[in-house]
Design a protein around this ligand. Structure first.
Ligand code: NCD
Length: 316
């Protein structure tokens, strides 16, 4: 059965279909209606790295649709500490569940799991590799704000080297004809192999280290956390920690409709005074994780989302 490991696993048409279904599911995500489309299905949450939003929104998505969730829980209290391999764990969880959401510190781990699993795998982040379910909620948020994904000016800011969210997102945005500006210090720039992939898809990319220069023309400013846990040494991290910080005052030259996004957690990249501006979109973005993941769960479990879902009376 199909898995979602990178954005290459979805065509543009399929992305739009997932987003359209996600939109229909908004009343279910808000708890205004109950639609047990996934009743009798079990999601296995296998998170080998810290997670708040991804794990909880997968769990919320499944439960709002009447499904059940089993969690690996804390890695320290699982058989991982006894030396159980990922291969063995997947063989077993595969038998307990209908679909698996996983996060792992090793790049390529989700692909590896999907190669040996009978159930679909949703990659919830593999090291500094990919994070396609985050990309789906990011695209949902962008389309909600701008009414389209096509031809937007998007600035991706911060840790483009280790940040898996921007690896997956940049790929999808290029496929929808967006113009990208990569804002990072040299040492955290987008990896060459990703730039080559983007160029193969006809990307229009500018690279800069100057955040203020991109604010006036951007439709989306996507801030990211410096991925401290992926740095080979503390000193290298210390040189770039706190390098970008967006404050409300910085946004005065921005277009009225420009949105500020962040996959969260933020550390110091976005000052709290941005939260009350019309540009802030990161908390809605996190909420959108529920509908995006509901829609993906339905798709990978081959469950059709009804065309019309009323906000108070269930399925029409
Ligand atoms: C991101 C991740 O895990 O890659 N978080 C998330 O899923 N919302 C971003 C991050 O940790 O910085």
């Amino acid at each position: 059965m199909a898995s979602l490991i990178t954005m290459d696993d979805l065509t543009n048409e399929e992305i739009i279909e997932v987003l359209d279904n996600a939109e229909r599911l908004l009343p279910v995500a808000r708890g205004e209606t109950y639609l047990p489309l996934l009743e009798g299905k079990i999601l296995g949450n296998l998170f080998f790295e810290p997670s708040t939003r991804t794990r909880m929104s997968f769990e919320t998505a499944m439960k709002r649709l009447g499904g059940e969730v089993v969690n690996l829980g804390d890695v320290k209290t699982s058989s991982v500490v006894k030396g159980e391999t990922l291969f063995d764990m997947i063989q077993m969880v595969d038998g307990y569940t209908d679909i698996i959401a996983m996060r792992h510190p090793r790049q390529g781990a989700a692909q590896y799991a999907s190669d040996s699993a009978r159930v679909p795998i949703l990659n919830g982040g593999d090291g500094a590799g990919h994070h396609p379910t985050q990309t789906m909620l990011d695209l949902f948020t962008i389309r909600q704000a701008h009414g389209t994904l096509e031809g937007l000016n998007v600035a991706l800011v911060g840790d483009l080297r280790f940040g898996r969210t921007v690896h997956s997102l940049s790929h999808a945005l290029v496929r929808f004809g967006c113009t990208l500006t990569f804002v990072s210090p040299e040492s955290l720039s987008m990896p060459d192999e990703i730039i080559s992939d983007l160029k193969r898809h006809g990307a229009d990319i500018t690279e800069t280290a100057d955040l203020s220069s991109v604010i006036p023309s951007a439709d989306v400013i996507y801030m990211t956390r410096i991925q401290k846990e992926r740095f080979p040494d503390e000193d290298e991290y210390a040189r770039v920690a706190g390098i970008f910080k967006l404050c409300a005052a910085d946004l005065s030259p921005a277009k009225g409709g420009m949105i500020v996004m962040h996959p969260l957690p933020r550390v110091s990249e976005i000052s709290p005074d941005v939260d009350n501006t019309k540009h802030a979109r990161y908390f809605e973005q996190a909420f959108n994780g529920v509908v995006a993941r509901m829609s993906l769960l339905c798709r990978l479990l081959n469950v059709e989302v009804p065309a019309i879902i009323s906000s108070n009376g269930g399925e029409n």
